[in-house]
Design a protein around this ligand. Structure first.
Ligand code: FES
Length: 103
C-alpha cells in the first residue's frame, strides 16, 4: 500500500484546491468542508488541470470546456459521460492528510 502524507488538516483551508506530485503524476486535492477528494490533475478531454477548475459541491468543473466530474467516483457528469477520471482515496489520520496511491 502506497500513501503520501501531504500535510495537516489545518494546512488546507475549507474549499481549497492544492496540487501534489507523486512520481510523474500530478494530483489535485480538494477540501470541501471537512471532506477531502483527490483526482489526477489532468482532464481526459484536452488535458486541462482540474486544480484550475471550479468546485461545485462534490463536483469539479474543468476550466477548459466545462466538463463536470464527480469527485467521489470520477464519473463524468457533463461532457463525454462515458469517461471517468482517476480518483485517489484520501484519509485523515492523527490530523495528517494522506493520499492513497494504489487502491
Ligand atoms: S480540457 Fe477539460 S473539458 Fe476540455
Amino acid at each position: 500500500m502506497t500513501k503520501m502524507c501531504v500535510g495537516r488538516v489545518g494546512d488546507f483551508s475549507t474549499n481549497s484546491i492544492s496540487v501534489h506530485h507523486y512520481r510523474q503524476v500530478r494530483i489535485a486535492l480538494f477540501r470541501h468542508g471537512t471532506a477531502f477528494f483527490a483526482v489526477k490533475d489532468r482532464c481526459p478531454h484536452a488535458g486541462d488541470a482540474f486544480s484550475r477548475g471550479r468546485v461545485e459541491g462534490e463536483q469539479v468543473v474543468c476550466p477548459g470546456h466545462s466538463w463536470m466530474f464527480d469527485l467521489r467516483t470520477g464519473q463524468c457528469l457533463r461532457g463525454d459521460t462515458s469517461c471517468r477520471i482517476r480518483t485517489f482515496r484520501v484519509t485523515v489520520e492523527d490530523d495528517r492528510v494522506w493520499i492513497h496511491l494504489d487502491d
